[in-house]
Design a protein around this ligand. Structure first.
Ligand SMILES: O=C[C@H](O)[C@H](O)[C@H](O)COP(=O)(O)O
Length: 219
C-alpha cells in the first residue's frame, strides 16, 4: 500500500470519532471517503445522506439506508475529503465532479469534518489545482469567456457529466488570494451552477494524516 493510501485510511479512522450511534451521516465523495465508507457497516447509523450517485451506490451496496436530504433536516455531521486545504480550513473540491451536491450537504450540516492526506495541504489555494466550476451545458462557452476575463484558463472536462447533467470547467490561474470573494464572484456568473471553492462554508475540523500520524485542526 502507498504512503498516501495509508494516510487516507488513517484520516478515515480518525473521522469515526465524530460519528454517533443512530445518526444520519452526511457522506462525501472520493477516494478518501471510500476508506471511510468501508468502515461504516460496523457502526449503528440510522442512515446516510450521499453527496453523489457514486457514494450512494457504494453505501447501498453495503446495506446502509440512504436518506433524501429533503427529509433529513439539518445533519449533525458531514464528512468529506478535499483536493486542497489552506490554514483557514478553506478548500478546493470537485476533482471528482461532485462539488454541487457536496456543497449542498455540507451547508445543510452543523459540522463539516474534512479528511486529507498531507499532499492536500497548501499555502495558497488554486496555485496547482484548478478550481472546478459546474456550468449549465448551454452556458459553457459564455462562462468560459467570463472566466478568461477574470484571468482564468478554463479547461472543459471532456467526457464528463455531473449528477445534475451539467459540465465542468476546470479553471487554472484564477487569483484565489481572497477565496470568499472569488467564491461569490464565480457564483454571480450567469450559467454557473456552483464552484469548487468552499470558503464561505469551510470545514469545521480538519483531520490531516501525515507520516507522523493524524493532526486535528479546528476553526
Ligand atoms: O468531487 C469530488 C470531491 O470534491 C472530493 O472530495 C475531492 O476531489 C477529494 O477526493 P479524493 O479523496 O479522491 O482526493
Amino acid at each position: 500500500m502507498s504512503d498516501q493510501q495509508a494516510q487516507k485510511q488513517a484520516a478515515a479512522k480518525a473521522a469515526l470519532g465524530y460519528i454517533e450511534d443512530d445518526m444520519i451521516l452526511g457522506v462525501g465523495t472520493g477516494s478518501t471517503v471510500n476508506c471511510l465508507i468501508e468502515l461504516l457497516p460496523a457502526l449503528k447509523l440510522a442512515g446516510a445522506v450521499a453527496s453523489s450517485q457514486m457514494t450512494e451506490d457504494k453505501l447501498r451496496a453495503l446495506g446502509i439506508e440512504i436518506v433524501d436530504l429533503n427529509f433529513a433536516g439539518t445533519l449533525d455531521v458531514y464528512i468529506d475529503g478535499a483536493d486542497e486545504v489552506n490554514e483557514h480550513l478553506q478548500l478546493i473540491k470537485g476533482g471528482g465532479g461532485a462539488l454541487t451536491r457536496e456543497k449542498i450537504v455540507a451547508a445543510a450540516s452543523n459540522k463539516f469534518i474534512c479528511m486529507v492526506d498531507e499532499s492536500k495541504r497548501v499555502d495558497i489555494l488554486g496555485r496547482d489545482f484548478p478550481v472546478p466550476i459546474e456550468v449549465l451545458p448551454q452556458a459553457r462557452s459564455y462562462v468560459a469567456r467570463q472566466l478568461a476575463a477574470l484571468g482564468g484558463e478554463p479547461v472543459y472536462r471532456e467526457d464528463f457529466v455531473t449528477d445534475y447533467g451539467n459540465v465542468i470547467l476546470d479553471t487554472y490561474d484564477l487569483d484565489v488570494s481572497n477565496p470568499i470573494a472569488l467564491e461569490k464572484e464565480l457564483n454571480n456568473i450567469v450559467g454557473v451552477v456552483c464552484n469548487g471553492i468552499f470558503a464561505a462554508n469551510q470545514a469545521d475540523v480538519l483531520l490531516k494524516a501525515g507520516s507522523d500520524g493524524v493532526t486535528t485542526l479546528t476553526r
